[in-house]
Design a protein around this ligand. Structure first.
Ligand code: SF4
Ligand code: SF4
Ligand code: SF4
Length: 314
């Protein structure tokens, strides 16, 4: 077991659901996003997109609840890698692509990833996703490049309300425990999540309404087949690992994920979606990054109008 030295602290009692962290993650990691409303239709929830993909490494989750009869509450959370101390995704990775960084985070070496999806099946939080475009698994790395440069992860940097903090893990655990104590009267079900789960995580969360209400398993553990896979190299060698891996993937439907292959991320040049691998509407004109022509025309005519108003006033 290796627990992360650095950790992200998420305070669900301070989060406003603004999604600044979600946008910051996309921007820093240069993850393409839909360029048209039609590519990300409204699903009836503030949670959007409805699942993580190879191009969506962090989502703010919105779980509606009724804290008291007649009132509505929202249990806000983050769906991203937890950087587990006991990380089954590392155990099952046959190429060594999934690894632990110097800071103790869990990251994928894209050059080594062979797209076998064992990590996809092994993660109890359904975090890694196959990017069909690249045929590689992708997920949050805790912004290893930023941390190496002495900066905090992009999501933390983007949070306007200090609901996210980054620092030494012990310090983050202490902050979380103190915060939980401070709000216990207001939130009797408050829970600190990540201190011991999965061998101790690199993301420590204060969940005001308790793990279940925030959409997290109370006692997360990898699928049984994955656990078997972890011990087999010891008793049976790598051949046995491969055999069980094939069975595991068959049992888990190849993906282990409860989510489908939504088509809302794509490469604007090839039109290939990251997860679905299918082109978007083939008849739609290719939209270049930037303003659409119609919008540009509106902007131009607006500018002209303003110019003429200004010259009139002059
Ligand atoms: S959350 Fe999933 S992908 Fe992240 S370290 Fe844990 S098992 Fe691996
Ligand atoms: S640490 Fe970086 S990659 Fe991970 S969720 Fe935050 S911004 Fe995204
Ligand atoms: S940026 Fe901060 S406040 Fe906004 S959704 Fe993310 S964690 Fe919550």
């Amino acid at each position: 077991m290796t627990t992360s030295n650095g950790a992200i602290f998420f305070d669900g009692s301070k989060c406003t659901g603004c999604k600044g962290c979600q946008a910051g993650c996309k921007q820093w990691n240069m993850l393409p996003a839909p360029l048209d409303y039609g590519d990300a239709p409204f699903t009836g929830s503030w949670e959007n997109p409805p699942a993580n993909t190879g191009d969506v490494w962090l989502r703010v989750t919105f779980n509606e609840l009724e804290p008291a009869a007649g009132s509505v509450g929202m249990a806000l959370g983050r769906d991203a890698c937890k950087h587990c101390g006991d990380a089954p995704c590392i155990t099952v990775c046959p190429s060594g692509a999934m690894h632990r960084t110097n800071m103790g985070a869990v990251a994928i070496d894209a050059d080594k990833c062979i797209g076998c999806e064992y990590c996809v099946a092994a993660c109890p939080f359904h975090v890694p996703k196959l990017c069909v475009r690249e045929h590689k698994s992708r997920k949050c790395s805790m912004c290893v490049d930023r941390i190496d440069a002495g900066r905090s992860p992009a999501c933390v940097k983007s949070c306007p309300g200090r609901a996210l903090q980054f620092g030494g893990r012990n310090e983050m655990v202490m902050l979380a425990q103190n915060r939980a104590l401070a709000i216990r009267n207001q939130y009797p079900d408050v829970q600190v999540y990540g201190v011991n789960e999965m061998g101790g995580m690199g993301v420590i969360a204060v969940l005001p309404y308790g793990a279940k209400a925030h959409g997290l398993p109370l006692t997360p553990e990898p699928p049984l087949v994955t656990r078997l896979q972890g011990v087999l190299p010891v008793i049976g060698g790598v051949g046995a690992l491969g055999a069980v891996g094939v069975v595991s993937l068959a049992l888990l439907g190849g993906r282990g994920s409860q989510y489908g292959n939504e088509q809302y991320t794509y490469d604007p040049v090839t039109r290939i979606t990251c997860d679905g691998g299918k082109p978007m509407d083939p008849d739609a004109p290719i939209v270049k990054v930037g303003l659409k022509d119609a919008v540009k025309d509106e902007v131009k005519s607006g500018e002209k109008k303003v110019e003429s108003e200004v010259s009139k006033n002059d």
